[in-house]
Design a protein around this ligand. Sequence first.
Ligand SMILES: Nc1ncnc2c1ncn2[C@@H]1O[C@H](COP(=O)(O)OP(=O)(O)OP(=O)(O)O)[C@@H](O)[C@H]1O
Length: 249
Amino acid sequence: MSHALVIDDLKKNFGPAEVIRGVNLRVEKGEVHAVIGPNGAGKSTFFNLVSGAFAPTSGEVRLHGQRIDGLAPEKIQQRGLARSFQVSNVFGNLSVFENLRCACFKQSAAGYTFWRPAGSVKRANRRAEEVLAMIGLADLRDSPAGALPYASQRALEIGMTIAGEADVVLLDEPTAGMSNTETTQAIELIRQVAEGRTLMIVEHDMGVVFELADRISVLVYGEIIATGTPEAIRNDPRVKEAYLGEEAA
Ligand SMILES: Nc1ncnc2c1ncn2[C@@H]1O[C@H](COP(=O)(O)OP(=O)(O)OP(=O)(O)O)[C@@H](O)[C@H]1O
C-alpha cells in the first residue's frame, strides 16, 4: 500500500505544554482519513504541523516519501498538500470567481511573481471555471463572496483549497455551523473532492465522519489511541471510553 502521508513520532510543545506527544500515522493514498477526538485533544495543532503553519518540536512528516516538516506552508502547498481553514479564508469583497482565480495563482509555482506567462492566466481561468461548477456556485459567479450564505462560503473555501490541484487535502471541520440540509450538501461536495485525492478531515460531527471516512484516527491528549475502519473504531472500547462515551452518556 502506498502512503500519501507518513508521520513519525511527531511532537509539538508550547513552552512546557506538550500538545502533540508522539503521533505516528500513515495515510493511504486515495483514502478519506478522519481525525477525531475530544475538545483540546490537539487536532488543530496537528493539522497546523502537517500543513506547515507550525514547525514541529521534533518528528518527521513525509508527503509522497519526501520530508516536508519544517517547510513553509506555500512550499508544502506547491508539493501538493493544501488545507482549508476552520475560520473562513475567503476575500469578502472579491467575487466568487475572483476568489477561485486567486487561489489558482497562489497555489501555482508562478504564484508570487508579478509577470505571469499568458498560458498560466488561461489555465487559472479554466481551472476556476471548473471548480466553480464543481462546488455548485456557477449562478453566484460574480457575487461578492462576502454576500454568500455561510454554507456557500464554506463550499467556496473548499473550492479554493482544491483550486491548485493538490492531491492531498486537509479539511478542518468542513461542516461546522451548518444545518442538516447544508451538511448533507457538504458531504456530497466532499465526496466529489475525495475522488482521485487523499483527504484528511478533522470533524466533530460523528454522522459526517462515519459517512465519509474510510479510516478514523482518534487523538486524545496529543496521542493517537486508535486507528481503524469506522466499524472498528465504533466498537473499540478504548475509544468508547475516551471519546464516544461522552456522547453515549
Ligand atoms: N499557540 C498555542 N500556544 C499554547 N497552547 C496552545 C497553542 N495552540 C494550542 N494550544 C493548546 O493546545 C491544546 C490543543 O489545542 P487544539 O486547538 O489543537 O485542540 P483541538 O483538538 O483542535 O480542539 P477543538 O476540538 O476544541 O478545536 C489546547 O490545550 C490548547 O490550549
